[in-house]
Write a protein that binds this ligand. Sequence first.
Ligand code: GRF
Length: 217
Amino acid sequence: MLKLGVLVSGRGSNLQAIIDSIERGILKAKVELVISDNPEAYALERCKRHNIEHKVLERKSYTTKSAFEEDLVRHLKAKGVELVVLAGFMRILSETFIEPFRNRILNIHPSLIPAFQGLHAQRQAVEFGAMFSGCTVHIVDESVDAGPVVVQAVVPLLQEEDEDSLASRILSFEHKILPQAVQWFAEGRVEIKGRRVLIKDAKYGTLPVNPRLEIFT
Ligand code: GRF
């Protein structure tokens, strides 16, 4: 079983998608530890409900960013975590955190990167007048929302689209592509060649928005 550590800051619906996929048996992994930097995060309730070990580590309890990140690493390594998932974790991580888990950290972002990086990606897409947006699972490196892409799903914008409606339609695809990406890691099929991420023996699915999705098609 692939040992996961999940970092969260809020609602935790992507964490829930991972938990549900594990419980359905389509994701062969175990959430060893969830860490929230926000004591009020609803994600912590989800952990309690599913008996998942969880911790709150607040940035303000540390004098420096690197002390905070070193402690995150320490807790994750103590649980033997092999893959870290940033599931709505609202902090930018530096090399201190990234290096010990190099190429083993995933982030979910609600746009087709490199478009609409940073905060309020869905609002950016609506305001720009884009006709397509979507979501991306990418490898986390020192850039912000710009690491190598593992999987994306395309979501068309409707004429009457607003930020909330787009966010909710994108979210339903986030909940498919994030567990999918984790499962590829669990199967040892992810090969990173520079900026390109290859999935060994990809079985192309039928979903037009994302031909590489396998476990949900
Ligand atoms: C998602 O839209 C994700 O793409 C972004 O933050 C949001 C987290 O939502 N990085 P949740 O906490 O997983 O419900």
